[in-house]
Structure formats: C-alpha cells, structure tokens
Design a protein around this ligand. Sequence first.
Ligand code: SAM
Length: 256
Amino acid sequence: MNVDSLLRQAKKKINSLDSELILLNVLGENDRSFFAVHGDQVLSSEQLKKFEEMVEKREKGVPLAYILGIKEFYGRDFRVSTEVLVPRPESETIIDFAKELSAEKIIDVGTGSGCLGISLKLETPGADVLATDISEDALKIARENAKNFGADIEFLESNLLENVDGEFDLIVANLPYVSRDWEWTSGIEFEPELALFAEDNGLFLIKELIKQAKGQTKHLILESDTSQQKDIVEFAEKNGFKFIKKDNFVTVFKGK
Ligand SMILES: C[S@@+](CC[C@H](N)C(=O)[O-])C[C@H]1O[C@@H](n2cnc3c(N)ncnc32)[C@H](O)[C@@H]1O
C-alpha cells in the first residue's frame, strides 16, 4: 500500500495531522512537504506494521507524544516516555517569568522530562541549575535530554527539598496538582500517577514545598490549576512569600 492510500485510511480513524506525523516518524522523515512528492511510495511490511500499531495506539487515546517519543517544549524537542508527564504549553510561562528574574542559582523541583530545568539552563546559560525528582525513572529521561541538548545541569533524587542543601535565587515547580475528585481527569490515564495526583484537593505537595522553601529562596514560581491559585497565594503569604503576578496556571512569589 502506498503513502497516499495509507494516509486516507488512517485519517478515517485519527486526526489527519497525527496520521501524517506518525507516518513521517515511521519513514524517518521530518517534513510534511515529503507527502507532496512521495505519495506513491510503498512501505515495507515492517514499516506498515509499525504504522498500523502506532495508529491503533492513537485511536485508543495514547498521547501522540508517547507514540512518537517526542514533545516540543519552548522550541525544543524533548524525549518523553510513559515515565514522565508530557510537557504542557501552559508551563512555558514558567520559563518566560523566570527569565525576567535573572536568577543565578535555580532549582526545578519535580523535573519530569527535565523540560523546565533544561530550558532554564539553555535560556539563561549563566545560571547554575539543579533539577530534582522523586522518580529515578523520570530522572533517567531528564538526564538523557540534558545530554542531548548539551545542558550542563545537576540532577538529584529527592522528595521535594528533603535532600537539597543551600539557598536559591529561584525555585520553580510544576508539581502534581490534580485532585482525584476532579471530573476531567479522564484524558490523562496514560500519564504516570506520580506526576499527576496530590491529596488535599491537589494542593498537598505545593503546600509542603512552600513550607520547605520558606526563607530558602528569593523567588518561587509555581504551576497549579487556576481554581487553586487563590488558596496557594493565601498559603504562601502566610509563609512569608509575597505575591508578584500570575497568569492562568503560573504564580510568581517573592521570597526572603
Ligand atoms: C506534573 S509533573 C511535571 C514534570 C515537569 N516539571 C513538567 O513540567 O513537565 C510532576 C513531577 O513531580 C514529580 N514528583 C511527584 N512527587 C514528588 C515529590 N514528592 N518530590 C519531588 N518530585 C515529585 C513527579 O515524578 C513528576 O515528574
């Protein structure tokens, strides 16, 4: 079967852009302009099998990022696996806000794929960046991404700031903040539970971090759901932080 007819069939099952991206991946090509001139190319049986398996996964709802093993974040392609959260576009504001602070010593708590810590190092090369996670499996992916991008940052396995010494100019964290009671949790069943859920209406880990970070950092940037921001601001202000600004998902505080 050739490229054109395969795409026609796949588009009946999944989004047409996804089917093109899957086929490009199977063929080892990068550019969708490939289809304009290679519509009659015939796939090998191995390529065909791989393509059909990937389309089937997508049809079952597996995120495209896990199927392709790649997700773009802040203009760079990060490797992802089911051990890490798929980086989200809303987290890019963390990088924008962080860049305004000119921090020299930064820690990314709960680094996952490493997308925040690595982007911060690449966007502010003078900064020292430490990236932590409680999951050794996630840290493996993050280390691999740092190596691929040539980002010279340190990694540490730690439950929040438990194994971390010293003070920081900036702490950034996109910790798990989904409550198991929320209804919209259905689309995220393919992502690691450890990266998603927290007790106390999703606020447990964020509040713990605020307590641990008290007096340890000049600035704190936290991602959360919009509905949680009011509680987070109140809690942070009780713990010595001053609210500076926010967008829908990201809140910035001044510390000591
Ligand atoms: C929502 S994901 C965010 C990943 C990445 N920072 C991003 O923005 O895509 C949360 C990450 O926090 C980690 N995590 C969960 N509990 C933690 C804890 N107690 N201490 C440190 N990291 C934790 C998870 O393993 C996961 O990688």
